[in-house]
Design a protein around this ligand. Sequence first.
Ligand SMILES: CC(C)(COP(=O)(O)OP(=O)(O)OC[C@H]1O[C@@H](n2cnc3c(N)ncnc32)[C@H](O)[C@@H]1OP(=O)(O)O)[C@@H](O)C(=O)NCCC(=O)NCCS
Length: 180
Amino acid sequence: MIRLSKLDGFWMFETDDGYKIKIRKADINDREALIKFYQSLDIETIYNRFLSVVRNFKSIVEKITSDDTGFCVVAEFNGKIIGDGEAVFIEKPVRAEVALVVKREWRRKRIGTALILVLREIALEKGIKWGYATISLSNVASLKIAKKMNAEIKRIDINTVKVCLPLTGEKEGCWKGKII
Ligand SMILES: CC(C)(COP(=O)(O)OP(=O)(O)OC[C@H]1O[C@@H](n2cnc3c(N)ncnc32)[C@H](O)[C@@H]1OP(=O)(O)O)[C@@H](O)C(=O)NCCC(=O)NCCS
């Protein structure tokens, strides 16, 4: 059971050990805090998120905080970003690349799961039917979350899979269209 409730314009999630986490959609005013959040991440987390060592986060943050290119939800504790969920359109409005990041010290509290549930809710409102992510096979947490979201999974090389989250349940549409 996941304790996630929707309030007026945001969500509250309570972890099993009693932390109350606020989840909300980010906007242009969060750009600086989002860049700082990324800059605070360790190299392995950045690699798992981007599958490369990205050091300049400005363009991704702009994309996920501009409604025409994508959107982002942030998880906050005491006003500080501790995780985020992102979507960037691939084929508007139906397909988007999706990603999650939770700060290492906050992991295994189901914050990643709460973020994907909120991300899905907003994605559905925007008409997104399929969410995609490229994940390393060693990334157990992401693969578990993908499976819980009923993902279609395609092996793309020895270490990596591409997952498709059929947000409306239409699995058959996963591998059609413009998928990168
Ligand atoms: C992926 C990520 C966001 C998950 O965040 P999280 O808050 O720890 O996720 P959750 O606590 O919701 O865990 C999801 C599931 O994976 C399991 N899990 C998490 N970490 C695990 C680990 N290291 N080993 C085994 N299982 C693990 C959890 O137990 C949970 O399963 P359950 O619901 O059946 O109990 C986080 O690990 C992360 O930021 N990773 C680096 C960036 C990344 O890989 N992003 C995804 C690629 S786009």
